[in-house]
Design a protein around this ligand. Structure first.
Ligand SMILES: Cc1cc2nc3c(=O)[nH]c(=O)nc-3n(C[C@H](O)[C@H](O)[C@H](O)COP(=O)(O)O)c2cc1C
Length: 289
């Protein structure tokens, strides 16, 4: 499957949607989603894990099996949920973030609303709905449905509470050669738009933990996470690794659309890190130069 519209425009447009119109998902859309989920190529992460994602239809938040899927009131009138499972280790979670987000963008292109959810849902009720193998768990789900008229009060208040519109500026996220020097848009060269797409991506509690360092001749972009201390420890997994998968997905899809060749490699450059919360994830090696 390739995207039919500009995925860069889709990334610019995407926002979390928490209040839906009560209409069911149109058959044509449901078929497209099912086709997407049965095509292995759509579910392959950059580190080689194959995503496992299922669609579960709901009526008044109750599934066909009669199970109530609770979201503590955060989500109103969803038509269905997409539920994925993963193993609980670093690169499996990054892969999950990547494949799940690619699907989120595919839905956004179809004008279906989504909202990544790692915290505000009853994990146990969702676990009863889908097949989970030993060693797997549900890192995140998303409701899907058609957006109820834009900017409902509940969504507005929540956006305010999590500062959803407060995306960090370039100089807090992106660096030139080392963490000592901020990267400006002008210095990012042909990677300016892919890097900007990382900035616009969704992240848990909008913490935006991604930190990128571009090499001096602009051909290698190193991806680091700045962990928010103790974030999600109670849940037993590092939710911010999903944010890194999202960042890789936004970056790579933007490169593809701009016909910029490159590949992922785990080759840590051994830079001086600003503090102990920084962790290296991956590098994008450009083939443009
Ligand atoms: C991994 C992840 C987990 C999230 N978990 C929740 C959640 O449990 N509940 C919720 O209402 N929003 C959740 N969000 C949505 C974020 O709050 C939202 O993406 C962020 O505020 C930025 O807003 P935007 O998606 O509209 O750009 C999550 C997002 C991500 C990426």
């Amino acid at each position: 499957m390739s995207f039919e519209k500009s995925v860069i425009e889709t990334m610019r447009k995407r926002q979390s949607v928490r209040t839906y119109d009560s209409q069911n998902i149109r058959e044509a859309h449901a078929n497209k989603i099912n086709d997407y989920l049965t095509n292995v190529a759509n579910l392959l992460g950059p580190f080689g894990k194959r995503g496992k994602i299922q669609m579960v239809h709901v009526t008044n938040n109750v599934t066909d099996k009669g199970i109530k899927l609770g979201t503590y009131g955060f989500i109103k009138n969803p038509s269905a949920y997409l539920v994925g499972v993963s193993e609980n280790n670093k690169y499996a979670l990054v892969d999950f973030g990547y494949t799940f987000h690619r699907l989120v963008l595919y839905l956004t292109e179809m004008e279906l609303g989504t909202c990544w959810m790692g915290g505000t849902f009853h994990r146990h009720s969702f676990e009863k709905e889908i097949a989970i193998s030993k060693g797997e768990f549900i890192p995140c789900v998303t409701p899907i449905g058609y957006e109820k008229d834009k900017q409902r009060m509940f969504d507005k208040v929540l956006r305010f509470v999590v500062k959803a519109d407060n995306k960090k500026p370039w100089d807090r996220l992106f660096f030139d050669t080392s963490f000592e020097k901020a990267l400006t848009k002008g210095q990012a060269g042909f990677l300016e738009t892919p890097i900007e797409m990382v900035r616009l991506g969704p992240s848990a509690s909008n913490k935006q933990p991604w930190r990128l360092v571009l090499s001096d001749n602009q051909d290698i972009c190193h991806f680091y996470i700045e962990h928010t201390p103790n974030y999600s420890t109670k849940l037993g997994y590092d939710m911010q690794l999903l944010d890194m998968g999202i960042a890789m997905c936004q970056f790579e899809l933007a490169c593809k659309e701009l016909a910029l060749q490159g590949e992922w490699a785990v080759e840590e450059p051994m830079l001086n890190l600003p503090n102990e919360n920084f962790e290296y994830i991956v590098s994008w090696r450009s083939k443009e130069i």
